[in-house]
Design a protein around this ligand. Structure first.
Ligand code: PMP
Length: 425
């Protein structure tokens, strides 16, 4: 089982048997309010009939089609729709099946781009401490989570890391973007001085880091990264696997923060998680450079299930649903209520920081002495058993409800969390 204490789980399994709208149901028929949109992915809520029907219909029409040297029309339709949601000219799309694959693909496209330009010394990839980019070898190498890295050897050669942006001493209990920390982007200048810009292919960051506990970018930070990359010919990749498709009240974090990267990785919300799919969006100049490199097949990369017809059908239905229900705008209109509600937990036992942006929030608890992460696990289990699904990383609670959440359900979540915190040792 992924990221799971297998023996503990098997001794006391918590299972989900069905889902609809804002709720999961357990095999015993208990209702669990979904505070995390599954794993940050079911943005339109569960069991949406339009998506279900699209998948069902597609399975009977075209179950599978290879996309190596072939294509099928749906793939191009999805690419056009995704491209139209991306900022600037990032409308060239490559399909994968997960966030991890999208990350690997993005890193490889960055390398292929420099190679196609004849800039073949640019092979170094820069990630960030506390970055999460999935669990492929590329993702863990640029990622910055020690437990995901240390067991698995040295990873990709030639990676390095920026410092993370989390500064609880100066920014605790900030609403929205923290005021302090933009200067941490300047560490990229230090890495350039150390390695030489001519060796660096790309910088990859989550514009808002989710999995390591909701780290909202300090005001000005992303623009500084963009400026430094521009000054040194380095590509900037935003990993928007979580932030894509409405999570922070816009199609992308790039749009919301007003900073345009060169490559964006996507997954999760692209199909409302009903069928696995990942995608990479690139600037036209990158696509043109790679495809005009003159070698025939330019990118020796892809997956059997790239642009799988069922995923494409799910994506088209999902994107239409987002549009027809104006769900990104809905997320934006709810964020004030969400912010006030989550910050209402300030002062609750154990809480040392609360942070939020869009429909994402992190609630950080002080670790129990000698047992980091134990408090988080206890809270997760207590809330599941009383009917709320949250996500915890260590002792940090992450909330990211489906964008269809009602204000009253947000209040219910906070009341349940408050009650559970007050009973937590
Ligand atoms: N990148 C980011 C920013 C993510 O949050 C995740 C998953 N939480 C991934 C990549 C990996 O996605 P997957 O689990 O679909 O491989």
């Amino acid at each position: 089982m992924p990221f799971t204490d297998n023996r503990y789980f098997k001794a006391n399994p918590r299972l989900l048997a069905s889902a609809s709208g804002m709720f999961y149901q357990t095999p015993e028929g208990r209702e669990i309010l979904d505070g995390t949109a599954g794993l940050w992915c079911v943005n339109a809520g569960h069991g949406r009939s339009r998506i279900v029907e699209a998948i069902r219909d597609q399975a009977g029409r075209l179950d599978f089609a290879p996309t190596f040297q072939l294509g099928h029309p749906l793939a191009f339709e999805v690419a056009a729709r995704v491209g139209a949601l991306m900022p600037a000219d990032l409308d060239r799309i490559f399909f994968a099946n997960s966030g991890s694959e999208a990350v690997d693909t993005a890193l490889k496209i960055a390398l292929a781009y420099h190679r196609a330009r004849g800039d073949s010394t640019r092979t170094r990839l820069i990630g960030r401490e506390r970055g999460y980019h999935g669990t492929g070898f590329g993702g863990i190498s640029v990622g910055g989570i020690v437990s995901n890295r240390r067991t698995f050897g040295p990873g990709l050669p030639g990676t390095d890391h920026l410092p993370h942006t989390h500064d609880i001493a100066r920014n605790a209990f900030t609403r929205g973007q923290p005021a302090h920390g933009a200067a941490r982007a300047d560490a990229l200048e230090g890495l350039i001085a150390l390695h030489g810009a001519e060796t660096i292919a790309a910088v990859i960051v989550e514009p808002l880091a989710g999995s390591t506990g909701v780290l909202v970018p300090p005001a000005g930070y992303l623009q500084r990264l963009r400026d430094i990359c521009d000054a040194h010919g380095i590509l900037l990749i935003f990993d928007e696997v979580i932030t894509g498709f409405g999570r922070i009240g816009a199609a992308t974090a790039a749009e919301r923060f007003g900073v345009t990267p060169d490559i964006i990785t996507l997954a999760k919300g692209i199909t409302n998680a009903a069928v696995p799919m990942g995608a990479v969006a690139c600037r036209r100049g990158i696509y043109d450079t790679v495809t005009h490199a003159g070698t025939g097949i330019e990118l020796f990369h892809g997956y059997t299930y790239s642009a799988h017809p069922l995923a494409c059908a799910a994506a088209l239905a999902t994107l239409a649903l987002y549009q027809d229900e104006a769900l990104f705008a809905r997320a934006r209109s709810l964020e004030g209520h969400f912010e006030a509600a989550v910050h209402g937990l300030a002062g609750a036992p154990h809480v040392i920081d609360i942070r939020n942006f869009g429909l994402v929030a992190g609630i950080e608890m002080a670790p129990r002495r000698g047992a980091p992460g134990a408090r988080g696990q206890d809270l997760f289990r207590a809330l599941f058993d009383t009917g709320l699904l949250i996500r915890v990383t260590g002792d940090i609670v992450a909330l990211s409800p489906p964008l269809i959440v009602e204000a009253a359900q947000i209040d219910t979540m906070m009341a349940m969390i408050g009650a559970a915190l007050s009973k937590l040792p």
